[in-house]
Design a protein around this ligand. Structure first.
Ligand code: ZN
Length: 175
């Protein structure tokens, strides 16, 4: 899988010198561009697609840009998963709640990789889901169920904010 380098604002295109913050997936990079969090500074053509290989943040990060990086994740709970995901179903995008207007919208937590298939209970494998989507997905993976994740899960302790958006550090940096 291709990896995209993410530079702080101030990347020099001519020399390629900049402050490398982390790397991310192409998919996530497109999301950052769409949200105007970052601009592409280097592109490549891979399999007839133009993809970014390096991004520059649209706003400079300074000081303690990583919220709690390197610390142990605290406050992990099912409720914390819902709060991280803004009580939004990761599959259909509807609002979920513990007291929903209809049972389909009951807040549940879905294991992306099912427990029966070795999926663990971690920040990276759990997302908010409505009861309807969770039941439909059952013990399948998202690709098996044909259900795309609308956002990628992350550990809030390993994230930073830029332009009002939370950007998660990849798992590799978390170790
Ligand atoms: Zn749903």
């Amino acid at each position: 899988m291709s990896v995209v380098r993410v530079y702080n604002r101030g990347y020099d295109v001519d020399t390629g010198i900049g402050e490398l913050l982390h790397t991310t997936s192409v998919r996530h990079a497109f999301g950052m561009i769409r949200r105007e969090v970052a601009d592409p500074v280097e592109l490549a053509i891979i399999e007839d697609r133009i993809i970014p290989t390096a991004l520059e943040l649209t706003r400079e990060l300074s000081g303690a840009w990583v919220e709690g990086a390197g610390q142990r994740s605290v406050g992990f709970s099912y409720r914390a998963i819902h709060e991280r995901d803004h009580w939004t179903c990761a599959y259909c995008g509807r609002s979920v709640s513990k007291r929903p207007p209809c049972e389909a919208l009951l807040a549940t937590v879905d294991h992306i990789q099912p427990v029966s298939r070795g999926g663990e209970s971690s920040w990276w494998n759990l997302v908010s889901a409505c009861k309807e989507c969770n039941n439909r997905k059952g013990a399948l993976t998202p690709s098996e169920a044909g259900m795309d994740l609308r956002f990628e899960p992350y550990d809030p302790a390993l994230a930073y904010r830029v332009g009002g958006q939370v950007e998660a550090l990849p798992v590799l940096l978390a170790v």
